[in-house]
Design a protein. Structure first.
Length: 73
């Protein structure tokens, strides 16, 4: 049992060389910005906003209709 615990802790410990590799990898990326990625993000945000607006409008209109039905009784 104690041998298994030692193996588990050895696997989770990061050495300084592992940390250096992780920190160096983002710097290898180019500094260019892809306009297609930016445009797709903007389109996705607009779709989300349209959905939220439709849901909000639907809720408000249903409350008005239900209120009208109750008032007419």
């Amino acid at each position: 049992m104690s041998g298994e615990r030692i193996l588990e802790t050895e696997q989770t410990i990061k050495t300084p060389s592992d940390i250096d590799i992780v920190s160096k990898s983002p710097s290898k990326q180019s500094n260019r910005v892809d306009i297609n990625n930016l445009m797709s993000r903007v389109r996705e945000e607009e779709r989300k906003q349209k959905k939220e607006n439709l849901v909000f409008f639907g809720l408000i209109s249903s409350v008005i209709v239900i209120t009208g039905i109750i008032a007419s009784l």
